[in-house]
Design a protein. Structure first.
Length: 169
C-alpha cells in the first residue's frame, strides 16, 4: 500500500503520515514537497494557541516578578537571567500549562476547519462531508469524540492545577 502525492511520487504507507513516511524511506524530494505544503495549515492551526500561551506567560511572569521573594533573590546578587529562568518562570508554569491544555481543545476544532479549507483528507473533511450528506451517525460520533477529547484536556488541566501545592481544591 502506498500514498500517492502527485502523479510522479509514491511513498510506501508506513505510518500513514506523508511527512514521516518520506523521511523514513529517505525520499527527501517528497519530504520537501510535503513540508512546503504543511507550512501554511500548520501556521494557521498554531498561531492562536502560541499567542495565547505567550500572552498568559508574560502576564503570569510580570505578576511573579513583582513578588517579594524575587526581590529577595535579586538582593543576593543573583543574575537577572538566573532569576528569570530558575525562579520566576518555574512559578508561571501552572497557569500557563492550564491555558495550554485548554487551548488544545480550540486547536482540535481549528484543525477540522483547516482541513476543510485546505481540502486535506482527515476528520475535518469527513465532518464537512457528513454534514452536507446528512450522515447523522458520523456527525454524532465526531461530536462525541471531540467532546471526550475536550473533557480529557480539562481533566489534565485540573490535574496540573492540583499538582501546585499553593492551590487548595
Amino acid at each position: 500500500m502506498s500514498v500517492e502525492t502527485t502523479i510522479f511520487y509514491t511513498v510506501p504507507d508506513i505510518t500513514g503520515m506523508l511527512l514521516f513516511d518520506s523521511l523514513i524511506t529517505g525520499n527527501f524530494m517528497i519530504f520537501k514537497d510535503a513540508l512546503v505544503h504543511i507550512i501554511l495549515p500548520g501556521i494557521t492551526i498554531a498561531l492562536y494557541p502560541i499567542g495565547l500561551v505567550a500572552r498568559m506567560t508574560r502576564s503570569a511572569l510580570l505578576e511573579v516578578l513583582n513578588e517579594d521573594y524575587i526581590t529577595s533573590i535579586r538582593s543576593y546578587g543573583v543574575s537577572e537571567t538566573k532569576v528569570l529562568w530558575k525562579y520566576a518562570l518555574k512559578n508561571t508554569l501552572g497557569p500557563t500549562a492550564t491555558v495550554l491544555t485548554l487551548s488544545l481543545g480550540y486547536t482540535l476544532v481549528n484543525t477540522f476547519l483547516v482541513e476543510t479549507i485546505f481540502s486535506w483528507p482527515g476528520l475535518g473533511n469527513y465532518v464537512a462531508t457528513s454534514v452536507t450528506t446528512l450522515d447523522y451517525p458520523a456527525i454524532i460520533g465526531v461530536t462525541i469524540f471531540s467532546a471526550t477529547c475536550y473533557v480529557i484536556l480539562n481533566l489534565i488541566a485540573d490535574l496540573i492545577i492540583a499538582l501546585d501545592p499553593r492551590v487548595r481544591l
